[in-house]
Design a protein around this ligand. Sequence first.
Ligand SMILES: Cc1cc2nc3c(=O)[nH]c(=O)nc-3n(C[C@H](O)[C@H](O)[C@H](O)COP(=O)(O)O)c2cc1C
Length: 312
Amino acid sequence: MITKPLQVGNVQLNNNVFLAPMAGYTDYPFRHVALKCGYGLAFTELVSAKGLIYGGRANEELVFCGHDIDKTAVQIFGSDPLSMRQACECELLKDFKIVDINMGCPVPKVFKNGDGSALLTDIHKAESVVKECVKSGKIITVKIRTGLKTGDDIATEYSKMAEEGGAKLITIHGRVRESYYSGEPDYNAIYKAKKSVSIPVIANGGIWTEQDADNMINNTGADGIMLARGGIADPFLVSKLTNTPNPCSLKEFIIEHTKQIEQYYAPRRAVLEFRKFISYYLKGLLGVKEAKLAIYSKEDFDRVREIINDIL
Ligand SMILES: Cc1cc2nc3c(=O)[nH]c(=O)nc-3n(C[C@H](O)[C@H](O)[C@H](O)COP(=O)(O)O)c2cc1C
């Protein structure tokens, strides 16, 4: 894949390979180590607009990004246009230039509230949300799916709506809500949407290898791609795609990640946060089952690191 710099609103990004928002994964420790591997931009996980307005430590933790602020966008969710705008304008987000609107979350709790992918059922409401957020002065981007049910394709009309509403970039996860995270992405839906707008379109879904990235770009003509689970399973996939030298070995990457987590969370929480990544990191390696069990039984990061040192 040939990567290139990308302009989003008045922000110039080094390249067009993004790290996806992933709840429970793309916290500061992971984004921080991942950004060193070459991403042009990384997203926080979805953060509740109302939560941001009312404040609280949990939100501070979700949006913290230290010196990575220039390469980090925050993603918010909600469906009340005014609250969404107020969230964009809140103190916690004052240093963020780019705010992304979640229109793809399939989770019932979010959907039932009319948020996330429920916005794909009401284009007028979705448009009001975009327009109101744009008034905040932030660079607004939108992340959608291709619809709710198999056979749906709302990507083109939503991309046009987002552009007309003032959004500066759209990310299309090429799957419908009912597919959650499985199945081939709908290349054609992304291709048609891309042709219909002049703002950059980022394609997402099922990119685990360089070949997948090539297929995505070749089949959709998108302006860039977003890695999600594939970016955790292979932290250096982005380095290969962007011709960035690997910043370190996989072992060093994982160890550094444990250190970042350790600094960020209280001890017990820290180990729990790290466990989520183990299956992704060690997939396919010999002796992994035993290592995983050993790691799961440890609450002490020094022991966890010893096990990682032994296996890699
Ligand atoms: C555990 C998990 C959490 C996710 N959380 C979010 C989120 O907070 N916001 C969002 O827009 N998408 C979220 N997604 C969707 C991803 O951003 C991405 O669109 C999806 O995983 C498809 O890409 P992939 O097939 O390469 O993994 C999440 C996906 C996973 C697996």
